[in-house]
Design a binder for this molecule. Structure first.
Ligand SMILES: Cc1cc2nc3c(=O)[nH]c(=O)nc-3n(C[C@H](O)[C@H](O)[C@H](O)COP(=O)(O)O)c2cc1C
Length: 377
């Protein structure tokens, strides 16, 4: 009998049964090749994540269109040339026993572009995006569908849509970044149109029984922004469109670095309250993430009905054996993610491959070397 019986009980997402309630939440690490292809370092990393003992590994965001790349060294799914590498990625995760998923994204106004595309021309940093035409919106909807079909063909068990971090799906929902006066802007019903069209197109592309998850921004944490009140209203609409789960998060690039938020994110379970609030509104499973360091805390979230699953991102990077140690009664041996550190975040913000201070110097050096090789071609 596990010390954490709720955490280590199975959960079905349609026809996919997860062995337990521990998932890897997507964590972009800058390990892909500059072409967006899978690199040996990506495979090594995800092989380790797949063998962590987590029931589901959701690999980091991959771009559905060239103008939607979040940064250099982002994975891509916008062409069949990526298929062979994606097959290897799915297999690397599954070899370790986890179910494999890949997150699909369009970065919109945060894209790594001179003139990004967005719902409206609302400046982001020192760039002002261009508002999408309706033809371009239709093309991006189809790009999500084509990307999802490729993910399925590559052998992944599920696909996740990135509606978090203030990327394009979230930009359409937010009244702060969506100032459109056509059918895609204005009332919540209209701001929901793009995400609902994406879900419908993806559903059609992958078929009824393939799980489609959604990373859900529950609060932008910005004045006049997307708020928990609207997120609670919208969640049942998204769920009813055919989602397998909602993976709840808070914040965007415009709020992550506000001092108050930076202080908050050092605390265990800092986004769990958002997950619990959304869970009350939907009939589908909800994932809670945000410095879930201790298995006993993860167990309490599930036992108390605040979430159905937990998502570990930096926490699993710091100790890729977290789920295994928890299951085997070795929770005290878990190496926690250091709240004062942020080395992984700082590295990727500088366009460098992520490293972790909790790793041995040998692993850090191996990762630096492999990243240099990946980024050179
Ligand atoms: C460096 C970095 C990269 C991230 N990349 C993604 C991503 O690709 N997709 C996503 O939905 N969330 C991403 N996140 C958010 C994480 O999934 C997670 O919600 C957050 O880091 C809190 O969990 P943690 O404390 O276990 O890291 C990223 C976070 C960090 C720090």
């Amino acid at each position: 009998m596990s010390d954490f019986p709720h955490l280590f009980s199975p959960l079905s997402l349609g026809r996919l049964t997860l062995a337990n309630r521990v998932t890897m939440a997507p964590l972009f690490l800058g390990y892909a090749r500059p072409t967006g292809e899978v690199s040996p370092l990506i495979l090594k990393h995800y092989r380790e994540m797949g063998a962590s003992g987590a029931g589901l590994v959701v690999a980091e965001n991959a771009a559905v269109a060239p103008e939607g790349l979040g940064s250099p060294f982002t994975l891509r799914v916008d062409g069949r040339q990526y298929l062979a590498g994606l097959k290897q990625l799915a297999q690397a995760i599954k070899d370790g026993g986890a179910a494999a998923s890949l997150q699909l994204n369009h970065a919109g106004r945060f894209a790594w572009q001179e003139e990004p595309l967005a719902p409206s021309a609302v400046p982001a940093g020192n760039k002002t995006p261009r508002a999408l035409t309706q033809e371009e919106i239709a093309r991006i909807v189809q790009a999500f569908a084509a990307g999802a079909a490729l993910v399925k063909e590559a052998g992944f068990d599920a696909v996740e849509l990135h509606g978090g971090t203030g990327y394009l799906l979230a930009q359409f929902l937010s009244p702060r970044t969506n100032r459109r006066d056509d059918a895609y802007g204005g009332a919540l019903e209209n701001r929901l149109r793009f995400p609902l069209e994406v879900i419908a197109a993806v559903r059609q592309a992958v078929g009824a029984d393939f799980p489609v998850g959604y990373r859900y921004l529950a609060d932008e944490w910005l004045p006049q922004g997307w708020s928990l009140a609207e997120a609670k209203q919208a969640a049942p609409r998204l769920a009813a469109a055919g989602l397998a789960y909602l993976s709840v998060m808070g914040g965007t690039y415009e709020s992550f670095f506000i001092p108050e938020r930076q202080a908050q994110e050092k605390h265990q379970g800092y986004m769990a309250g958002l997950a619990a609030a959304i869970r009350q509104e939907v009939p589908i499973p909800v994932i809670a993430a945000g410095r879930i360091q201790q298995p006993a805390y993860a167990e309490s979230l599930i036992q108390e009905g605040q979430a159905d699953l937990v998502g570990l991102a930096r926490v699993l990077l710091a100790d890729p054996q977290w789920p295994r140690k928890a299951r085997e009664g070795r929770a005290a041996e878990i190496r926690p993610c250091e709240p004062a550190c942020s080395l992984c975040t700082k590295s990727v913000m500088k366009g460098q491959a992520a490293l972790c201070t909790q790793w041995s110097e040998e692993k850090r050096q191996q990762t630096r070397d492999a990243a240099q090789a990946a980024q050179a071609n």
